[in-house]
Design a protein around this ligand. Structure first.
Ligand code: PEP
Ligand code: MG
Length: 324
């Protein structure tokens, strides 16, 4: 199988019906960057910046943070890297942060909520990103945005830092893209302005799914209880795809499910055109997409949905078995 994936490494993820799906990789450490070349990923769709903070015993200095981002951008050369600002709290706890005794940490003070309430670290991180870009393009994504206003305030912090760097006479990024992760169901129903103002949106499927089904992603008893290919969840994702199509907002999906070939095929069939996954999944997902006709997969999904099935998985698996 490894051999098979190696032969398509430089080929695009082009489906039998001629649709191109962009495949990006998730990363979080400098050590992940060589995979950009070996996996054939088009770029880094999600760089989890919290890993650098998690391995330390205290908050890293701005210069250290900027140095890491610059090395990541250097290693990526002209491929796009989407930096997600700190997503701490919940399952990612910093040893040097005062423990928050929260009854439900996943629903608690985490990610952009911490960034907006205590903007010091967020602003330091944004400065580090601007400095690391040093005249190159910059893509920043805010995690766990649950209402439009949070996105706007986070974006204003970034604009403010760009202004400030400019006044200090430092080189500014050639262009800046500001995106949001869509990880709470609320954003699927947000005002249209969210979709218009975000330069791009990335579905954080791990969190979105846990909140959609009210099933803790960390709890072994329930984490696999609801299928990602459950018709309700697929229809929900499809609504997000439609809203992004209406406003022309680039959309991707960066949760673990994007790296599962059958799930990736179904996501493409309902209209997703960009997926970000762990590097080792790029080959298998690309192989699946290149053998598939999305209109046919879509018809199987629609028939299963109309039949009252709980999940489209049995129908898709049956179709794949007959096909291959
Ligand atoms: C997600 O929630 O799907 C995601 C990509 O972010 P994380 O897994 O880091 O929460
Ligand atoms: Mg998440």
């Amino acid at each position: 199988a490894q051999q098979r994936y190696a032969t398509i490494r430089k080929e695009p993820a082009l489906t039998l019906c001629g649709q191109r799906i962009a495949l990006h990789m998730n990363a979080g450490l400098m050590a992940d960057l060589p995979s950009l070349e070996s996996s054939g990923a088009e770029g880094v769709g999600l760089f989890r910046t919290e890993l650098q903070f998690l391995v330390r015993s205290k908050v890293p200095k701005r210069s250290e943070v900027a140095a890491l981002y610059a090395r990541v951008m250097d290693a990526a050369e002209d491929k796009r890297v989407v930096f997600r600002t700190l997503d701490i709290g919940s399952d990612k706890v910093l040893s040097y942060m005062k423990p928050q005794d929260e009854p439900n940490p996943a629903l608690g003070w985490r990610a952009i909520r911490v960034g907006l309430d205590r903007p010091g670290v967020l602003r330091m991180q944004l400065q580090a990103l601007i400095r690391a870009a040093n005249g190159r393009p910059l893509s920043v994504m805010f995690p766990f945005v649950a209402q439009l206003e949070e996105f706007r305030i986070a974006r204003d912090h970034l604009m403010c830092e760009i202004d400030r760097e400019g006044r200090l006479g430092r080189p500014l990024p050639e262009k800046v893209e500001i995106g949001a992760m869509l990880e709470t169901p609320s954003m699927a129903f947000s005002p249209r302005q969210f979709y218009e103002e975000a330069d791009f949106i990335s579905i954080g499927g791990n969190d979105l799914k846990q909140f959609f089904f009210a099933a803790d992603r960390e709890n072994e008893r329930v984490r696999r209880r609801y299928d990602t290919l459950n018709v309700s969840f697929l229809s929900f994702l499809e609504q997000i795809v439609k809203r992004c199509e209406d406003t022309g907002t680039p959309l991707s999906f960066c949760g673990e499910d994007a790296g599962r070939p059958v799930e990736a095929l179904c996501f493409a069939a309902i209209g997703l055109r960009s997926l970000s996954m762990r590097p080792a999944s790029i080959g298998p997902v690309k192989h699946m997409l290149r053998r598939s006709n999305l209109a046919e997969a879509r018809a199987v999904i629609d028939t299963a949905r109309a039949s009252g099935a709980q999940s489209v998985r049995p129908a898709i698996m049956d179709w794949l078995r007959r096909r291959d």
